[in-house]
Ligand binder design. Sequence first.
Ligand code: PLP
Length: 395
Amino acid sequence: MSLIYLDNNATTALDSRVLDEMLPYLTTEYGNASSVQHRWGRKANAAIQQARLRVAQAIRAKEKEIFFNSGSTEAINTVLKGIFELYQVKGKHIITAYTEHKAVLACCTYLEKRGAEITYLLTDSNGQLDLSALEREIRPDTILVALMAANNETGVIHPIQQIAKITNAKETLFFCDATQYVGKVDLNLEQIGIDILCLSAHKFHGPKGVGALYIRRKTKPTQIQALIHGGKQEGDFRGGTYNVPAIVGMGKAIEIAHQALDSTQQSVGELRDRLERQILEHIPSAAIHAQDAQRLYNTSNIVFKHTKATEIMSRLREVALSAGSACVSGDRDPSHVLKAMGLSDDDAYCSLRFSLSRYTTDEHIREALSRIIAVVADVRSQSPVWQLYKQGLID
Ligand code: PLP
């Protein structure tokens, strides 16, 4: 068997039906969607509007609430910087959590240098937030609460409905990074009072470099300062020539993902659960992070005590996994998410993330399991640290 791809929280394979729908816009239908004076432009424009409708329908929003962009990193920058700039009269206080994506944390560091006051919420060892702490931390000058729907490293799901209730009651804005959630879990924005939300096509078998921002308009118009100024695209909110093929691809990808939601949840959930059961059964001193929390059905983050994730991965060349650690200028930092959950550096370095998709098969899981069981045993057999641990001489 060739490559077994279990790194779907990093990115997913493009669905061939998505590619089919994109192809005309990469070849014959090359019009600029803003050039509506001629047929090519109108065709491209209509394709963008169809994609907007598909995205809106999938998350139960209105088309006018959807703004296309290059993906969630751009969305996060737009929201944090744009809200900070526009809401300074109200205040400069933003609430987020230590376990958020690096894009959120890096924007917060940037804004702190410009006078923002950031409160970072803690989580428990299962990655769960304390909602009473959130409630306590919201102040009259709090301009934004930025909390993700599901964590990319552990799969832990935040109670977004309850968070929205709190932020709405306190009249502060709730920005939800739903990059890992949309396309995997049903989301009904008619029922959840989220003000701003981002999604990214490459996480649900769409193309890379395209995403969307949902900005609630229905009940209360949310204002955000634009980040990218240019033409009048997206109602003057996000300038730049439309990436028509990518936007078309996102529309198709979200439609397919939502049609397949129940069956994917069932089949992928079963595979993930089996993977976890077998690892715990066959590999000593392995433990699943956030096992007791509500998690995405496709994600599993597992520590293999005293067995470095990088060593396991280097010997598992045909299995794509993630060590869940940020690589900054060649330095490997232990995962900030696992650290925030109270893990030691050593346990964080010994943790591997498995993330499945609707393309993961029974055969993939069986084969991956047999390779991982063998590799972990092999790495440990040559490890003096593991021998010390086994003899009870170290923790
Ligand atoms: N937020 C989360 C939770 C993610 O998992 C990712 C991607 O890994 C991002 C944001 C950034 O998304 P993008 O790749 O679209 O910039």
